[in-house]
Design a protein around this ligand. Sequence first.
Ligand code: MG
Length: 489
Amino acid sequence: MKELKEYYKRADKYSSAVSLLYWDMQTYMPKDAGHYRAEVISEIGTYFFKIMVDDILGRLLETAQPQNEIEEKIVSVGKREYYKYKKVPPDLFQEIMITSTMLEQKWEVAKPNGDFGEVMSLLEKLIELTRRYADILGYEDERYNALLDLYEPGMKAKEIEQIFSNVKIFTLKVLEKVESLPKFEDPFDREISVDKQKEFNNWLLHYLKYDFNKGRLDVSTHPFTNPIGLNDVRITTRYIVNDIRNSIYSTIHEFGHALYALSIPTEFYGLPIGSSASYGFDESQSRFWENIVGRSLAFWEGIYGKFVEVIPEMKEYTVEELWRAVNRVQRSYIRTEADEVTYNLHIIIRFEIERALINGELSVKDIPDRWNELFKKYVGLEVPNNTLGCMQDPHWYGGNFGYFPTYALGNLYAAQIYEKLKETIDFDNTVRNGDFEIIKEFLREKIHSKGKMYEPAELIKLITGEPLSHEPFVKYIKEKYSKVYGLEI
Ligand code: MG
């Protein structure tokens, strides 16, 4: 066991180096350094991959003698990952890395003009490689499940399809009701300088007690959280001058991810159980803080005083008016700007398309048409171009198939966790008073302290006593939006 742990901790240092290089690439790296940086990352990344499938690690895993539950989990999670990746020829792994890096760069150039023809042939190649990769990893029922398993261990496409179909029906009903109401004025439709936004966002992180001795707040085009090493989990946000909501909610979202990473027990660090349970669970923590805490009236009652002190022109609005304005529901094109009600529709479209692509039921050239057709059907808008359509997100062009559903799963886990939390504390009062330690303690005990010891299906059951369900989400949305809109949703 001792040798096994040391092996993992040594290997993790390469992964940590890659994380730092990546963070720098997204924040401060000079623009022209991108090509070489991609080579460095690919070189160290491939080396890390080789260490993680080395025969020595296999022998250590097979001969280890775990003495307790934690050590048993280190071995079982370690074996699961080792034997999965061991099957993948390093050549295929490297070809996928190179193709996706090239495609991502092509996509960045082609995206502003929505030129899908520019990315088509490389995307075809990447999907072909990804299908081969999935076949090697192995799966039950359908090929897409092999990829889903990389992000949400144990989850099956059929199960997601069932849950999503319930979410879809409910969401469409809510949308119809909300749209029959008169639109209210948007207090946030104004310019607020980056300096003021920075001041408020920094205050916000102190208010939430983000530990600046173990992290930083910087700026990037797409906000992200990067666990770089032990006691080093950095977050970014972005400042849009004419909508301060964007920075506020990006910051709170990433804070939720960072809190998870920082609360995993130090003794798990670098080991197979030393990360979040799944991508969906990780997203449940960011969405919990962003939406359930950060978009609640109680939270706005707590921050209102500081908000109007930093931005005095907002004084003319009441706290209820501001709270309503951060919760407006509307049909929109861009996933990352969608409200928490319509957000899942954006995910369902992507899930249906990527599942069909990987399973061989849809060809790459038909992506834009299928996208626009589904968008019209679910979100109810005609997509004017691919920039606002199938080329808006980096995931497919970076080779991340099977990732999208975890965003919506995160919303559902979050609501289910919230329902449980409310049984033990007075949520509104706690949030209003800024007593976040009580909430953090609950999350730490039930989720963060477990690291990756359990698969998401086991973990949600351990926390709530129930399997994953769309019902707590439906209940949460109904209660909240009935108040936001002053009519029964
Ligand atoms: Mg996130």
